[in-house]
Design a binder for this molecule. Sequence first.
Ligand code: FAD
Length: 284
Amino acid sequence: MIPAPFAYHRPADIGEALSILTEHGDDARVVAGGHSLIPMMKLRMAMIDHLIDLKDIPGLAGISTDDGRVTIGAMTTQHDLIVHPGLATAAPLLSEAALQIADPQVRYMGTLGGNVANGDPGNDMPGVMQCLDAQFTLVGPTGERTVPARGFYEAAYMTARQDDEILTAVSFAVPKGGFAYEKQKRKIGDYATAACAAQIAMQGGTCTAASIAMTNLSDTPVWSQAAGAALVGTPCAPADLDAAVAAALADIDPTEDNRGPIAFKMHVAKIIIRRAIERAIARA
Ligand code: FAD
């Protein structure tokens, strides 16, 4: 459980980090909390010659909830998402989901940016970000660009981020209505067998907006446009929920692994998706 030798870089600003990244190309990786990357290096599943620690770079951590928009720096820890008072009011879906990641030790170190940039289908924040229709800000040698979370994930560990880009922040409009993050796992601290994020707005007994996204039920997070559409304009009666759950299930493609066979995962997903929708409606 000892990683292969590597050079450790601790740049003082983003320009220096980018130039080290550009110089070493595929032999370099940035490290944030290290709670996905370092275990992979210890297992020798990742062999990285140059690690670029982002901790000393100013301006990469912090949460703002001004002007109807939430912006969170990439180096903000998962623990910070739970304890930030403004975020608990503006987007409580985030703290509910963050509380279900691993355990306090991991959450003190693990960052939001690392969780969404990693590309692991088991990470919880990518689905949450898709549910909230977040935008990711990436900075590279040629400047800054934004990529929607719903277009960021291409396959397991494959994202729209280029090797020479650093994720600096995520942002999204303050969501309306009720929320829920439901996660089924084998034991406390585990990754999801199936999880679902829901954000649903109701007005006068009719659903006016609905966003449903799922974790670890395909090789990427899955935002189900059809599941949301099945609820909008309805009173969210049991038959409407049946339609939404069926639409969400049609959008996922789980594989068999040590969390169970496909039929079991579809069964768990059906229960988890319905619970998330029902709880979000109850809070709307
Ligand atoms: P790192 O490990 O430092 O980096 C991860 C990857 O992202 C690396 O490839 C790195 O190069 C890249 N990266 C990091 N930051 C940036 C950036 N700003 N720009 C570009 N690339 C970047 N996660 C869950 O979601 N749910 C769980 O239930 C869960 N359980 C866990 C249980 C255990 C025991 C452990 C050790 C981890 C668990 N995790 C879980 C993972 C944890 O949340 C990690 O912290 C997270 O996946 C990665 O965040 P990090 O800051 O540690 O990133």
